[in-house]
Design a binder for this molecule. Structure first.
Ligand code: NAP
Length: 365
């Protein structure tokens, strides 16, 4: 709460810039940053954040914190009242169109109408057949609604949810480590890990928020991985561990075959040496409720996923060159073909490694 109040004080100055476009962008970005705190806690629901503003002052803010919990709009209204503010006459900035259906929670539209909010600015229409149409309900109640694309962060926040709902496919995050000369596989006898401890820590944090971790039988045979989130402060969800094979089963005695570590193990065998990747992803979304899938496989399967256009986001951990110089995103070599259609969002030093983060549709702007 303390940090929320500090944020509102700094935002107040920003919002008073007498530039409504800039204000919408700033408020929606703030709402998106709040929503991101619950990554891994709310799925298969969308991450959603909301900020209530009147006369350039932030009255309250909130986000959807956990699956089944209060929606962002009700969290923001509760925060507003806790601070002694009356939401009447406020503008609500919300990352996703407010819902208008009774699910685990009552409709957000009811809460906004009852609170006397006068305008709702939202970053993305709700594509879900059950909950969509909130803007129409609000407008019929006399509340002006505006779809606003000024904050790329707020717009892109709902990408995984929107993708699953509209295509039946989960959001696919590929992760790999590579040497400065572009190899994913070190020579026999060399150290097994390409990336350093800091990079490995980032991977474990990713594992701790996704629904499934997908690998290939080649990686299981070579590395005998456990594919669990370790050394993480809070495991937000225990991912299902999925192995794609061309037809053969798991090597006898490997950790996954022995059921070591937390998380169910699912082996999806293919025919004639190839699993149907689209079918595997659709199964994960439809039958296992997966919104986010982490791909941690070798180059064979990575190339196949990329060729199918299934990769939405990628974290590449690039080891430094022999002189210790960082490997830039423009020096990823042959692996770049797996990133076609993705945009570099950020390159971040992790000790002597560099994490390059790529994403479909980027986040720039
Ligand atoms: N640097 C990194 O980040 C990283 C990450 C993971 C692994 N690795 C390394 O990668 C090496 C293993 O590489 P890999 O390429 O053999 O392993 P892989 O990509 O994990 O697995 C490849 C296997 O997946 C199966 N498969 C099922 N459906 C497929 C499809 N549609 N298309 C292609 N393959 C399909 C095939 O098994 P069948 O043979 O049964 O047909 C294929 O041989 C290991 O040395 C490991 O250490 C590196």
């Amino acid at each position: 709460m303390g940090s929320n109040l500090r944020t509102s004080a700094s935002i107040r100055g920003h919002y008073c810039l007498r530039d409504p476009m800039n204000a919408s962008s700033a408020m929606l970005s703030l709402a998106a940053r709040l929503a991101l705190r619950a990554a891994g806690d709310v799925e298969p629901n969308p991450m959603v954040g909301a900020v209530l503003v009147r006369d350039g002052v932030v009255l309250g803010m909130g986000h959807h914190r956990r699956f089944g919990g209060l929606h962002a709009e009700r969290e923001a209204l509760a925060d507003c009242r806790r601070r002694g503010n009356d939401p009447r006459g406020a503008i609500a900035f919300v990352t996703l169109e407010p819902c208008c259906h009774h699910g685990k929670q009552p409709p957000c539209t009811d809460a906004l109408i009852e609170a006397g909010v006068v305008r709702v600015v939202y970053a993305r229409p709700d594509p879900h057949a059950v909950s969509a149409g909130g803007a129409g309900v609000l407008e019929r109640a006399g509340i002006a609604c505006e779809l606003c694309g000024d904050s790329p962060l707020a717009t892109r926040l709902s990408d995984p949810f929107v993708k699953r709902v509209t295509t039946g496919l989960p959001w696919v995050i590929a992760k790999w480590a590579q040497t400065a000369d572009g190899r994913l596989i070190t020579r026999p006898g060399e150290a097994r890990w390409i990336s350093n401890e800091l990079s490995l820590g980032r991977v474990h944090r990713l594992r701790a928020r996704v629904d499934a971790i997908v690998t290939g039988i080649g990686t299981v045979a070579a590395d005998d991985p456990l594919l669990t989130a370790r050394g993480v402060r809070r495991v937000r969800r225990v991912a299902e561990r999925v192995v794609l094979t061309g037809g053969r089963g798991l090597p006898a005695g490997c950790k996954l075959a022995r059921g070591e570590g937390a998380g169910e193990v699912l082996v999806l065998p293919g025919f004639a040496g190839r699993a149907d990747l689209g079918a595997a992803l659709r199964l994960l979304a439809a039958e296992r409720g997966a919104t986010n899938v982490l791909l941690e496989c070798g180059p064979t399967l990575l190339a196949a996923f990329a060729a199918g256009g299934f990769i939405d986001e990628a974290f590449v951990y690039a080891a430094p060159g022999p002189d210790g110089a960082p490997t830039g995103a423009d020096c990823l070599g042959a692996c770049c073909v797996w990133l076609a259609g993705l945009t570099l969002v950020r390159s971040k030093p992790l000790g002597r490694d560099t994490e390059h983060w790529f994403r479909r549709n980027g986040l720039a702007g």
